[in-house]
Design a protein around this ligand. Structure first.
Ligand code: HEC
Length: 403
């Protein structure tokens, strides 16, 4: 009997090691100057951690086909690493994607692949991290976005890019072709990279002045069918700083082939990135917390209290768009966030209300000062065990992961 018990204990330990969220150790290197995807410095030093990303099913777009693909999309395992030279932090990502989708000026029906890294601007209270989907009122995030764009060069500035970027258009360029190609290389390479401060899906502000200092690079490895991407930014700036040497970050990837764009993407949960020698146990605990509870009872309680508004993998009877679909909440939200959502819906009011996609139900009301109040009632009358069981149940709500 004793042996059986021991065996069970070992098993559950192993399970929690796999299930837990991720703490990523940033590796110290001499310099991040000129860092690009695929360089030796990365191969030699980067320590990649497996991170699961799940389709964001909370929001719906005005594109039936895209919504349908998204609904059935699986999760992916991607890899994330961090490097630091004591002045800057580099977040490196690599992820499988069998099709390389690049946006070109003359094929505008293609949605590009891409990625983003999101930093919580203020992670000093890990119980109250920003809303994972691009921050929320009073809980801003800094987002660095990169999309796969082809070279677009407009020598005549008329916007008829189709005639200009195709080198076979010798009618247009004749003998100038060589010169043209040289100039495309030199001037035309405008990478599509953007930085935002965001307090929610509908309140993103692109930072266009020079107050933000960052760079990105992205590279496709044909042989492996994989993208690599990176973001390098200062260790500390007005947009995000480490707390006790750690950042809360989240990563997202877009697959153009699956018509993903804007809010349709695969997104991780909050991850902790730890600078060398640092320790922020409170943050690590929040990002790795796996609630143990009575999942079967949680499901029953969910059906009784929540399923009239929320659909998820088990329940589909709520009117469409009545409330966020929770089918992937377990892959994206921390236990602390789910608990807060139940006890105090107004703490984070999901800002993704799309009038066109959700014509009949408002997720919140807005007062004269622009303050949002959730239409979800607080469930603070439920006892602690019931809430715990619901959280444990919701942590199981996530798509199967692609093998
Ligand atoms: C009357 C309808 C209604 C009921 C009942 C309801 N909710 Fe909600 N819920 C909403 C709406 C609307 C939102 C979006 C606005 C917001 O964030 O508060 C929401 C948001 C949430 C979120 C955040 C979703 C996200 O994408 O981040 C969670 C988690 C949640 N609810 C869980 C629950 C649980 C668990 C229950 C049952 C104990 C429940 N809800 C009961 C309407 C409801």
């Amino acid at each position: 009997m004793r042996r059986v018990v021991q065996f069970a204990a070992v098993l559950s330990l192993a399970a929690s090691a796999v299930m837990a969220g991720t703490v990523i150790d940033a590796v110290k290197v001499k310099s991040l100057k000129g860092l690009k995807c695929g360089t030796k410095l990365i191969k030699k030093n980067a320590k990649f951690y497996k991170v699961e990303v799940y389709p964001q099913t909370t929001l719906h777009m005005n594109d039936k086909k895209a919504n349908e693909i998204n609904k059935n999309a699986k999760g992916k395992v991607i890899e994330v690493a961090a490097l630091t030279d004591g002045k800057q932090i580099a977040i490196l990502m690599r992820w499988p994607d069998k099709s390389k989708d690049i946006f070109s000026g003359y094929k505008s029906d293609i949605y590009p692949d891409g990625y983003a890294v999101q930093f919580a601007s203020d992670a000093s209270d890990p119980q109250k991290l920003p809303y994972i989907g691009m921050g929320s009122d009073g809980r801003p995030v800094a987002i660095y976005l990169r999309k796969a764009y082809d070279i677009v060069y407009e020598p005549n500035g008329y916007g008829d890019v189709a005639h200009q970027v195709n080198p076979h258009n010798t009618n247009y360029f004749g003998k100038e072709l060589k010169k043209f190609e040289k100039e495309v290389k030199k001037e035309g390479l405008k990478t599509y990279q953007r930085a935002f401060v965001s307090e929610g899906f509908r309140s993103m502000t692109e930072i266009k002045d020079n107050s933000i200092n960052y760079r990105t690079d992205m590279h496709y490895v044909n042989k492996k069918g994989m993208w690599g991407g990176m973001v390098v930014r200062p260790l500390d700036d007005e947009y995000a700083k480490p707390v006790k040497g750690e950042y809360a970050i989240a990563v997202a990837v877009w697959d153009g082939k699956e018509l993903q764009r804007d809010g349709l993407k695969r997104l991780s949960s909050w991850l902790a990135v730890r600078l060398p020698g640092a320790s922020n146990k409170a943050l690590e605990k929040v990002v790795t917390e796996k609630v143990t509870g009575d999942v079967a009872n949680g499901k029953k309680q969910f059906e009784a209290n929540c399923a009239s508004c929320h659909n998820n993998r088990d329940f589909h009877n709520a009117p469409l768009y009545m409330a966020p679909d929770l089918s992937n909440i377990g892959g994206q939200a921390t236990a602390a966030y789910i608990k807060e959502s139940i006890l105090n819906p107004n703490a984070v009011v999901v800002p993704g209300y799309n009038r066109n996609a959700h014509p009949n139900f408002s997720w919140y009301s807005v007062d004269k000062k622009g303050h949002r109040t959730s239409t979800m009632p607080p469930f603070n009358f439920l006892d602690e065990k019931t809430i715990n069981d619901i959280v444990a149940y919701l942590q199981t709500q996530k798509a199967e992961v692609e093998k």
